[in-house]
Every structure is written in structure tokens, then in C-alpha cells.
Design a protein around this ligand. Sequence first.
Ligand code: NOJ
Length: 526
Amino acid sequence: MSSQNTLAVLIFCFLLLSKEGILCSALNRNSFPNEFQFGFSTSAFQVEGAALEDGRGVSIWDTFCSLPGKILGGGNGDVAADVYHRYKEDVQILKNLGTDLYRFSISWPRIFPGGSTRHGAVNLKGVQYYNNLINELIKNGIEPCATIFHWDVPQVLEDEYGGFRSKRILDDYSEFAEFCFKAFGDRVKMWVTINEPSIFSTHGYENGINAPGRCSPPSCPAGDSSREPYIVAHNLLLAHSRAVKIYRSKYQKNQKGRIGISVHSDWYMPLSSSKADVDATQRVLDNTLGLYLDPVVFGDYPSSVKKLVGNRLPIFTEQESNDIKGSSDFIGMNHYITMYVMDNSTAVPAPPMDGPTQDEPDSPEVQDTFAITTSEKDGVAIGPSEGGVSYWRSYPFGIKLLLDYIKVKYENPPVYITEIGYVNLDDGQPLEEILQDTDRIQFIKDTLNYTLQAMSEGADIRGYLLWSYIDNFEWDNGYSFRLGLYYVNYTNNDQRRIPKASATWFREAMNTDLMSGARRFGKSAY
Ligand code: NOJ
């Protein structure tokens, strides 16, 4: 490098450092503590396929995908990325990428096609599949992390009592969770009870864009956007708490694993420094992240949510509150984007504190936080749009701010970043273009640097899992949103995996010292 170029790099580093504290050294596995775990996350419905094979039952997502117009491009989970048949090839991909920890979810209807033993026996072929996957991971030095519920409620239970709208789900979920501990807990030492309760409840029951597609009519055929999201959120939290109680009382001592929940949060920043916007930002954080983490850490909902949601928010009994308090050995954090928040308390007439009025608009987020979220300030976007998705703006510094917030507000719990990733819209551009995903590489580098920075300032961060190693079914956005380090060729159900530039970069960053996977696995942070 010429001295002029060196100077330019130094000045660039200085400018970045002074602005937001980015570190400018080469980044790889060695930048992190030895026991820090890198890896990937997926979920059963999004990657497995084999929906009609080996006795799997139907989930609410199979049903939702069959409704016209619900999924961009009209896809479904019948084949997905075909991981059910290709798991051995994929474990080799994960190994080559330098994976320490792989988070997958266990499909509820593949284990219990009828949702529970009340409606038929356990599906042994499904159990065999997860045994095979887990064994293959361990054989290759990768620690398995299993999510028990990643949104695939068995359709039978939805039909029988309304799925997570009913407390009856607690017994059925507990049976499924306990079955997983018994069957796989001798080898799975990291459990996630529930994935992203906030997205499941808001997208499934507030705006209805996800299964089971409920919201207040006429936008949806049935639902109640002002109440059901809170009922579902509450039941998800109780389900988490029940599973943790079972694991801690009957399995943890012998199996020596750890159990937690994975929550989702965007980062939120006030649009201006006015007190009104700052307070609005706190209300939004309370209604999204706090709605879940406050109960899990402190045993109850945030007071601002209780005040603003009134009698639409279910109440924890004393016993439930004691049970849920401290119910996560770690916090799983899923994070993608950052938004500005603007106060809206004067524009919206306040509903009575004890409940909604007849003509309340459909959006609890606006109603219940009196705030508006936006990705623009004075006409300038918070960051460039990711891969052609206009509302998905890249702002890597958001992860640092979120980790700092969790450290301070929740007494520095052990945190795994259980999801983070960068999206590309596939609107038919040439394959070569999709494979040159340099923006994704930059995003990964930046978010790793900011994670490191949060750690150096004291945050207890144990792992960083990307979503994901392969492209997969992105819910209502179908197969047009690609977030993988490997491209999946969906044409004619070929499902071939092709490495993108990010796969090459990640592999090199992870394999610098050729540490054996077995050693990393043995050094789990628990
Ligand atoms: C969150 C969800 O857990 C996962 O299912 C989804 O695909 C990713 N984020 C990307 O949106």
C-alpha cells in the first residue's frame, strides 16, 4: 500500500472511530474470546421441506400458504430448501463455514402430527430425523441448539381450541417440550423455548400477514387486533415458563444443558432529542422488547404497557410471576433493523385506560404506544436499503445500541445473538449478481465489530448466529427474500447450494487458526 493510501485508511478509521467507534483491525475468529460461539440459525418450516413425507402432520403455515395471495410469489413449505433430505450435505457446509453452534427448530407436527398424544401417537420417523441431524452435527464438531417452537402450530390444535389464543395450548406445548428434552436432551445442551413471540403475535394476530392470519375485520375474516396479540403473547410467555420449569425440575441437573428464549427487537432511536420523542421511544421499546423480557427477567410486564394497554393486557398470577421471573439461562436476541420513533400522543385521541373504544383504529402499535416509527429523518434514510428491500434499512450500529440497552436494563444477562442477517430481494437479477453479495459481507463485518465493541464495554455476549447459511422460505415474502450465505436454486426443485461471496469471506474469517470443531464444542460457555 502506498503511504498516501495508508494515510487515507488511517484517516478513514479515525473518522469512523470518532463517529461511532468502529474498530478497524482485521476481523476474524481470533478477534473474539476463545469460547465465543459462531454459527447459523434456521427453522423447520423454512428449510426442511418433506412436508408430506414420513408422517408429518399439517401446521398452520401449511394452511396459510394454501390461501391465495398470502405468500409473495405463491410459495409454500412443501420442498423449501430440502434440508430434510440434504442434512448431511448441509452439515458439511456448516462445518466448512467454521460453525460452532447451529440452531434449528424441531417441527411440532413432525413429532406429533396431531399436536399431542390426545390425537395420536408420536411419529417415530420424525424423531429419527432429528436424531440423525443431531448426531451428524455432533460427529462434525458442531453443537446443536434446538428451538422448540418456531411458529408451526399443529393445525389440529388451531382447529380444536384456537392454538395460542387458548390456555389449553399450555398442556400440549409442555408435552411436546418434555418429549424433546427426553428424546434429545442427552445430546442437545442448548434449548430455545420460543422463537420471536413478538413477531408471532403481531404478524399472526395484529396485522394478519402471517399464519394464522387473524386481525380485526374487514382486513381479516376474523380476529381482534387490539386484544388477541396480547392474549397470544401472554400464552407464549406462560408456555416458555412451563417448559423451563419442566426442564429445570426434571432434566437440567442430569443433562447439564441451558434453556432460554429468543426474542426479536429492532433498535429504536428518537427522531429528535425532544422529551416527547425520547419518551415515545421508551414506550415502543417497552411494547416490543419489554413486553417479553421484563416478565422473563423481572416477573411482570413493563408499567408503561400495563398503563397504556389497560384491561386488554392479561395479568400474571403471583405464582406465574414467580415462575417466569429469571426463567432464561440466557437471552437469545434476534435483530435486523433500526427505526426512528416520533411521538404521536397529541395526534391520536387517547383511549380510556381500561380498554379500547368502538371506533379504535386497527393498529395497536400506534394506539398503545402513541408513537410512529419511521426509517427517515429530515428526508434522509437511516441507512441504505438492504438488497432492494425498501423498508429494510441497513444500520449495523443498531446491534451495539441494542446490546448496550440489554446490558443496562436487564442486568447484563448472558446473551446469544440468535439471529442477525442481511436480505436481498430476488427479482430476477442474474445469478452472478446475487452471488457477489459484498454488502452482506460488509454488514457482517460491521455487526461483528460492534458486537465486539459492546463486549469490550462489558456486555456478556456469548455467540453470534447468522440467519442463515442458506436461502430459505421467508414467510409472507416467500422465496423472493434471500438471506443465505449460500444461494439455493429453487428452479425445478433443484435446490442446489451455491456459495455466495459472503460464504467465502465467512469461512476464511472463521478458519484462520484451523481450530478443531471438537475443541470449540467442548468449550461451550455454559
Ligand atoms: C426472524 C425469524 O425468526 C426467522 O424465521 C426469519 O426468517 C428471519 N427473522 C428473517 O426475517
